[in-house]
Design a protein around this ligand. Structure first.
Ligand SMILES: Nc1nc2c(ncn2[C@@H]2O[C@H](COP(=O)(O)OP(=O)(O)O)[C@@H](O)[C@H]2O)c(=O)[nH]1
Ligand SMILES: [Mg+2]
Ligand SMILES: [Zn+2]
Length: 296
């Protein structure tokens, strides 16, 4: 029987001018039709195989949601699409950059995607990161403490991730790939298989999606040094910080930016110790970034 000439599929990994697509239980390398077609991990696509040729992605279905980042010039760039959960991974080592954690959480809040914090490497001393983790918990962020090496907390985390698509993000070295390999035994082999492909050189710099049980998927993203979400919504910086957003209605001015405006409820809360000065500084940095992009 010959292979079907066309169908729909889901992008497992996007690289350069091609994509690895899951279609009908099979993975295949596809080219992209047209110069302007850009796909990311998690995209739903239509593909077609012309006689004797490589399958080609013809079209992209509209995205339910997506995680985007801004580049240094302020342009939005999709990272992964159609997500149910953003899992931000930290560990005692490498020492977390909490500003990056804040911005991932802000990205999830702005895009309407559930977020959680995975604290990996439970075999290491967690004291240096305990205070920040406790603050996130207090703010309502779901926390899962795990040890990818020891297996601690892994069954509870697997249960949490049992439905929907989860994107793992975080600094390089926190253990994202180790977690994926622990959750998806075949992941390592699949990564190796992809790496051996002629276009495999791109795969270490791109997100890769794996099936996780019957109803779920997990996406391993490359580590980042920095991250910021684009300002797609009104008051984007404020919306990224739950404790600031919650207090903003108490400010004297409706358009308060919570910097030096009189009667600012947010600044009052920072001064009273109800908002962490580090989180407030994080908000100010994101606001400054957005204002810089807006004045260009
Ligand atoms: N001590 C400890 N090290 C871990 C644990 N999980 C992962 N690592 C190590 O952390 C390093 C980075 O892991 P990796 O999965 O490549 O991180 P990624 O860059 O986030 O994908 C590797 O040396 C792993 O063996 C853990 O639970 N405990
Ligand atoms: Mg990795
Ligand atoms: Zn204010």
């Amino acid at each position: 029987m010959s292979a079907p000439p066309s169908g729909t599929g889901i992008v497992l990994a996007a690289y350069g001018r091609g994509a690895l697509v899951l279609a009908g239980g099979e993975t295949m390398h596809c080219a992209l039709a047209g110069r302007s077609l850009r796909v990311v991990c998690g995209d739903e696509v239509e593909w077609r195989r012309d006689a004797g040729g490589m399958p080609t992605v013809q079209a992209l279905a509209s995205r339910r949601n997506g995680l985007e980042r801004v580049d240094s010039r302020g342009r939005a760039e999709p990272v992964a699409a159609n997500l149910d959960r953003l899992a931000i991974v930290v560990a005692p080592r490498p020492a977390p950059d909490w500003f990056v954690v804040d911005r991932y959480w802000a990205a999830a809040l702005q895009a309407g995607i559930d977020a959680m914090l995975i604290v990996n490497k439970s075999d290491l001393d967690g004291a240096p990161i305990a205070e920040e983790v406790a603050n996130y918990r207090r703010l309502g962020l779901t926390i899962a403490a795990v040890g990818a090496h020891s297996g601690a907390g892994m069954e509870a985390m697997r249960a949490r991730l049992a439905t929907g698509a989860t994107l793992l993000v975080g600094q390089s070295g926190v253990g994202k790939s180790t977690l994926v390999n622990a959750l998806v035994p075949a992941a390592e082999a699949q990564t190796a298989q992809l790496t051996r492909d002629r276009e495999g050189r791109h795969t270490t710099t791109t997100a890769r999606r794996y099936r996780l049980g019957a109803d779920a998927a997990i996406i391993d993203a490359p580590g980042v040094r920095d991250f910021a979400p684009p300002a797609r919504i009104a008051r984007a910086a404020e919306r990224g910080y739950v404790e600031i957003h919650a207090l903003a209605r108490g400010c004297r001015f409706g358009d308060c930016r919570h910097l030096r405006e009189p009667g600012c409820a947010v600044r009052a809360a920072v001064e009273a110790g109800a908002i962490s000065p580090r989180r407030y500084e994080s908000y100010r940095r994101l606001l400054r970034l957005y204002e810089r992009f807006a004045t260009r």
